[in-house]
Design a protein around this ligand. Structure first.
Ligand SMILES: NC(=O)c1ccc[n+]([C@@H]2O[C@H](COP(=O)([O-])OP(=O)(O)OC[C@H]3O[C@@H](n4cnc5c(N)ncnc54)[C@H](OP(=O)(O)O)[C@@H]3O)[C@@H](O)[C@H]2O)c1
Length: 343
């Protein structure tokens, strides 16, 4: 893995090859012990540690947005031994991560100043833009740093962000890297990262993406990751709707719900994802893993890019989900549509 010294064009002290002259010691690089493991060697930016902490590249990461996804993602970066700075609009989630070893920043600008890789994980394109442009994140980023934009913001949103970077900070390397997988997979480091962007930084961000997910799919230039994400989430929306309508049909036919769920168990039609959702429906558990409001946002992002007359079923699904959101169900899991259909 290349040392950051090379892409920043700076020299490093011989005691700590990962460290800029005069900069404070990086996590674990020049002491006998790291926070959660013994440092055996630091060569070309690599930390090798013994104990529960895997090898990392000593990259300093900033995570902005600590909701259902950003919070467990940041926790995994900390667990992987990557020095991590966190910021969230509401301070609570950041303070919680502070107790787990993160550095807590008071503003987006403070969070990113010394970061090699900046991750944004917030609701939508407007939130990303507000943090980056209005709250000074982009202006404060270190020269040549990488911005991994991981929120789901669709094609137009990604183009808007790419234009912002091109106009204001062309030295910053933008990666469009949304993720597949919800809160559980995020906590278990099982996300799939749908990454796109310049090839020359792929090795550089690998330790970060490896700490977040099971797999990184490099899809092409910026915009490709977001396109694949929309494909993934439209499929997911139809699966959720299929489950909801099937279970609701069972109820309408007078069948006992547990009999319906039992009959579907082990069916080749039921993917592991669907099986988990059916299990939760069986327990009437609709706490958000992937909220209905976010699901609707993503279907709308897909519909924005196509001729809606040719995608009539997706349009109809969006209408039905919008009515459920208008009834106050937006913060529940997408599976709550099952309950909505039975009323
Ligand atoms: N949940 C999933 O299953 C899933 C899976 C894959 C991808 N995603 C995508 O990942 C992103 C985050 O999802 P999530 O589940 O973490 O959402 P969430 O739990 O609703 O959290 C949203 C986050 O965005 C922040 N935020 C919203 N508007 C903001 C603004 N104007 N300025 C600053 N911060 C703002 C919130 O800050 P506060 O805490 O201060 O409100 C919070 O940290 C979304 O784009 C979503 O579509 C979600």
């Amino acid at each position: 893995m290349p040392c950051l010294a090379r892409y920043r064009g700076t020299t490093r002290s011989s005691a700590d090859p990962c460290r800029r002259p005069g900069a404070p010691a990086r996590h674990g690089c020049d002491s006998a012990s790291a926070t959660s493991g013994l440092v055996l060697r630091c060569r070309r930016g690599q930390l090798r540690t013994r104990g529960r902490q895997p090898m990392t590249d000593g990259l300093r990461v900033a995570v902005l947005g600590l909701g259902g996804m950003g919070q467990p993602m940041a926790a995994n970066l900390i667990r992987a031994g990557l020095p991590t700075v966190v910021w969230n609009r509401r301070p609570g989630p950041a303070q919680q991560l502070g107790a787990e070893g993160a550095e807590v920043a008071n503003s987006p600008a403070d969070a990113v100043r010394r970061a090699d890789v900046v991750i944004t994980m917030v609701t939508d394109a407007d939130a990303v833009y507000a943090i980056a442009a209005d709250q000074g994140m982009l202006a404060a980023m270190a020269e040549g740093a990488v911005w991994a934009q991981m929120s789901t913001i669709g094609v137009a949103g990604t183009e808007r962000i790419a234009q912002l970077v091109g106009e204001r900070r062309p030295d910053v390397v933008l990666l469009d890297a949304p993720v597949a997988g919800s809160r559980g997979p995020a906590a278990q480091r099982q996300l799939v990262i749908l990454a796109s962007g310049p090839e020359q930084v792929r090795d550089r961000v690998a330790p970060v993406f490896d700490a977040l997910g099971q797999r990184t799919v490099w899809a092409g230039p910026v915009g490709a990751g977001s396109r694949i994400k929309l494909v993934n989430n439209l499929l997911l929306a139809f699966l959720a709707e299929g489950i909801a309508e099937a279970v609701a049909l069972g109820a309408a036919l007078g069948l006992d719900r547990s009999a319906v769920l039992g009959a579907l168990q082990g069916s080749p039609l039921v993917s592991p994802w669907a099986a988990e959702k059916l299990d939760r429906i069986g327990r009437d558990e609709y706490g958000p893993q992937y909220s209905l409001a976010l699901g609707l946002k993503d279907v709308k992002l897909a519909l924005r890019e196509v001729d809606v007359d040719r995608f009539g079923v997706a349009g109809s699904l969006a209408g039905q989900w919008q009515r459920a959101v208008d009834r106050g169900l937006g913060d529940e899991d997408i599976t709550v549509i099952t309950r909505a259909l039975q009323r």
